[in-house]
Each structure stands twice: as C-alpha cells, then as structure tokens.
Design a protein around this ligand. Structure first.
Ligand code: PXP
Length: 239
C-alpha cells in the first residue's frame, strides 16, 4: 500500500500571504524522508494553491514520484505533458467549489476527456481517473483505456460514523475495479480517525491524503504527521 501525500494546503498557507513560505518543495522533501511513497499536487485552473512554478520545482526535486491532479483543461494538460509527472489523475473541477466535490461524470462519448487521456498517455504519463465508487462508472473508466482509477472516498468520509454502507460500497467498487484489471487508488476526506477501514481493503494499492496530514502537521510537525498516517495505513493492512 502506497501513501501519497497531497501537499496542496502547504501552498494554500503560502498563498494566504502571497509570500514564499511554507515552501512546497521543502514540505515534499520532509514527507519523503518521513516515508511518503509519493507526492500529490493539484494544479487548479484558478491557481488557488499550487502554482506553475511549484509544479516545475517539484518535478525536479521529488525523489519518489509526483502525482499531478488536474482537470481536463487544454492549458493544464499542456503543462502536464511538458512536465511529465509519473502519474496524472484527472479530476472534475468547478471554480467555486471548496474542494473536489465528486468524481468525474464519465460518458463514453466524452471527446474532451478522451483527448486529455490520449495527450497524457502520449507524453508517457500514467493516467488515473478520479471517480465515484459506482460499478457503471468503473466500467466506463475501463472502456476509456486508463490503467488506474482513484475511488472518491468523500461519501465514506462524511458518513462513516453513521454506519457501514459507504464502506461496503468502497469494498465492492475496489473488488470490481481490480477484477476488470484496473489499478485501484483511493482518496478524499481520509483522516487519522477514518483511514484504517479503507486502508484494509486489499485491492486498494494507493491512498492520496492531504488535508488531514497538513492540518495535524500544525500540532505534530509534518514528518511526524506523515509517520503517524503511514503507521496507521500499514497496521491496517498487516494487523
Ligand atoms: N484525491 C483527489 C483526487 C483529490 O482531489 C484530493 C483533494 O485535493 C485528495 C485525494 C485529497 O483529499 P484530502 O485533502 O481530503 O485528503
């Protein structure tokens, strides 16, 4: 199980003052030293946190792998094709949202998305699609020819205290995706309190976690926040 740390909110803090600290490059290095298997960033069209210069700097500095989240906007796709991160995760993006609110609404005939996937693939980038845990959507992702999906865990994150329905849905989705040959990733809204049942799903091979790690870094320091999350993930997998 790989833990990729999303460091967008390190840049959020910097952008709050439009200054040069905290530095995402330094934060990424601290995450890697503490055991992160990869670094995830989202270059949004509105550039509210990660900036183009961060993408360029991180693509040079990250020793593990860089997972770039992005919407299917031609300008952002062009940047990705130039920078060539190890992985690109296509996400839906709305200007006014607080964070990515749902998975991609896949349609078989979506030429914009097909074009974005082809462009990234041709640049040698592994492509993943961020989608909801629905069987139909997973089948559509498979038909689009991508090697991987990231299952949106937001509903689970909002409802896990109220019962097992969303977790069961994640389990079913992960099993189905794996069965039809997709690599399965997961993320969104995962915290120190709710991560373990998701990490225990055997078909999931990668978790993308950001807000909770960066939030708790305020109390523990970033390295310790990554170490604690990594330990939770590993013990859930190998109890
Ligand atoms: N995965 C994807 C595709 C995302 O868009 C985000 C949020 O940027 C995350 C994972 C991480 O979510 P969180 O910050 O809630 O851990």
């Amino acid at each position: 199980m790989r833990l990729y740390v999303n460091i967008d909110h390190v840049a959020t803090l910097r952008e709050a003052r439009q200054t040069d600290e905290p530095d995402p490059v330094r934060a990424a290095a601290a995450c890697e030293r503490a055991g992160a298997d990869g670094i995830t960033i989202h270059l949004r069209e509105d550039r509210r946190h990660i900036q183009d210069a961060d993408v360029a700097a991180l693509s040079r500095s990250v020793h593990t792998v860089l997972n770039l989240e992005l919407g299917a906007h031609p300008e952002i796709i062009r940047i990705a094709a130039r920078v060539k991160p190890f992985q690109a995760t296509l996400v839906p993006e709305k200007r006014r949202e607080i964070t990515t609110e749902g998975g991609l609404a896949l349609r078989a005939g979506d030429r914009k998305l097909r074009g974005a996937i082809a462009r990234l693939h041709d640049a040698g980038i592994r492509v993943s699609l961020f989608i909801d845990p629905s069987r139909r959507t997973i089948d559509l992702a498979r038909a689009l020819g991508v090697p991987a999906i990231e299952i949106h865990t937001g509903t689970y994150a909002h409802t896990w205290k109220r019962g097992p329905t969303a977790l069961r849905q994640l389990r079913r989705a992960a099993a189905h995706a794996h069965e039809i040959g997709l690599a399965v990733h997961a993320g969104h809204g995962l915290t120190y309190q709710n991560v373990q049942p998701v990490a225990a799903i055997p078909e999931i091979e990668e978790l993308n976690i950001g807000h909770s790690i960066v939030s708790n870094a305020v109390y523990w320091g970033l390295a310790e926040a990554v170490r604690r999350m990594k330990t939770l993930v590993e013990t859930a997998r190998n109890p």
